[in-house]
Design a protein around this ligand. Structure first.
Ligand SMILES: NC(=O)c1ccc[n+]([C@@H]2O[C@H](COP(=O)([O-])OP(=O)(O)OC[C@H]3O[C@@H](n4cnc5c(N)ncnc54)[C@H](O)[C@@H]3O)[C@@H](O)[C@H]2O)c1
Length: 322
């Protein structure tokens, strides 16, 4: 049987974290990270079984942890989860809004409006409710607090997620700006974290094909981990980041940094992949210069990511320099 907060005896004024969507994946890693630093941590999640397992694991390690069965889209449930955390420790220092589902998918012309609305209820209304009820507590306490919303690179452009999911995440990014502006004078910071592809129960462990597909779009050679995201959230929840608010931080191994991905034929046949480098003179009338990448150069490794551009036509060969 789970212990109550009172039975566990949380010392008053212990820094306190609530993670909505904390029973799995990224949210679970965030709770684990803060708990290791001595925070009282509260997971609010729909999944009661996973919540109980989390409490058993973290309290077994000596952490002060609680679970509240919560639907992120239900205002009274979110308010109750926040209220329970505050009754235990007297504070709410960090609120992380992390509940996530894949939501509606399929062609736009086939998506049922109820599926669209449910996607927004969890991913967008849920974040709004978390911000609202966290801010109500933080407005009345010394030192304000930190709110971190988990959006996605899917909310920053096209092609990284289903339509409703991506639109809802884009709304979360924008809410981060407006909430930060409104709450900043009260020392309440609001930041948004946009993960790239992180293997979790929601995205499922990636098989070989997925690894190869990821390699084609992500410069960093390995998948990101839930701990990579949790480390950024930990920073945003600490005094180390006290002057950072209204920021959107991408944690994606460089996926977004690569920008538009043209097929090799539009990139001059991808010279780097063919072991060539040089300088493109474009339409200056001067010939471009091409030389071979030395066989022992580290640039040969992963060279497909390099795009010198425009070297396919009007080039002159140059031997590697000795
Ligand atoms: N994993 C990724 O690659 C990735 C990338 C970008 C963004 N994200 C975002 O990160 C967040 C966490 O995702 P994850 O990958 O850790 O997934 P996950 O499935 O491991 O965890 C999501 C958690 O949210 C909970 N949840 C879902 N609906 C809820 C609701 N209505 N009320 C309360 N809890 C609810 C689930 O029970 C689960 O515990 C999500 O917002 C997701 O959109 C994940």
């Amino acid at each position: 049987m789970l212990m109550t907060d009172q039975e566990r005896g949380v010392p008053r004024q212990t820094p306190t974290l609530v993670v909505v969507g904390g029973a799995s994946g990224i949210g679970r890693a965030v709770l684990t990270r803060f708990a290791a630093d001595g925070w009282h941590v509260v997971a609010a999640d729909l999944h009661a079984e996973n919540g109980a397992a989390l409490v058993a694991e973290l309290s077994g390690d000596g952490a002060s942890v609680d679970f509240v069965e919560t639907d992120a889209s239900d205002e009274s449930a979110v308010a109750a989860a926040v209220g329970r955390a505050v009754r235990a420790s007297g504070r709410l220092d960090c609120m992380v809004n992390c509940a996530g589902v894949g939501g509606a998918f399929g062609p736009l012309v086939e998506i049922d409006v109820r599926d669209w609305d449910r996607t927004f209820a969890v991913l967008c209304r849920g974040v709004f409710l978390g911000v609202k009820h966290a801010a109500r507590v933080m407005l009345g306490q010394d030192g304000g607090g930190s709110i971190v919303n988990i959006a996605s690179i899917a909310g920053l452009g096209g092609g990284a997620g289903p339509q409703a999911y991506s639109a809802a995440k884009a709304a979360v990014v924008n809410l981060g700006f407006t909430a930060a502006a409104e709450l900043g004078p009260h020392r309440i910071r609001v930041n948004t974290v946009c993960p790239g592809f992180i293997p979790t129960p929601m995205t499922r462990p990636a098989d070989g094909d997925a690894r190869q597909a990821l390699h084609d779009v992500q410069p960093w050679p390995e998948f990101g981990t839930v701990q990579d995201v949790a480390a950024v959230v930990r920073f945003l929840g600490s005094e180390e980041s006290r002057f950072i608010t209204g920021e959107t931080i991408v944690v994606d191994g460089g996926v977004r940094a690569t920008g538009t991905r043209l097929p090799p034929v539009l990139r001059g046949g991808d010279p780097a992949a063919r072991g060539l480098t040089g300088f493109s003179n474009g339409s200056t009338g001067q010939k471009s210069v091409v030389h071979e990448i030395p066989a022992d150069s580290p640039a040969r490794v992963g060279s497909a990511a390099i795009d010198p551009g425009g070297t396919a036509a009007g080039t002159q060969e140059r031997k590697p320099e000795q």
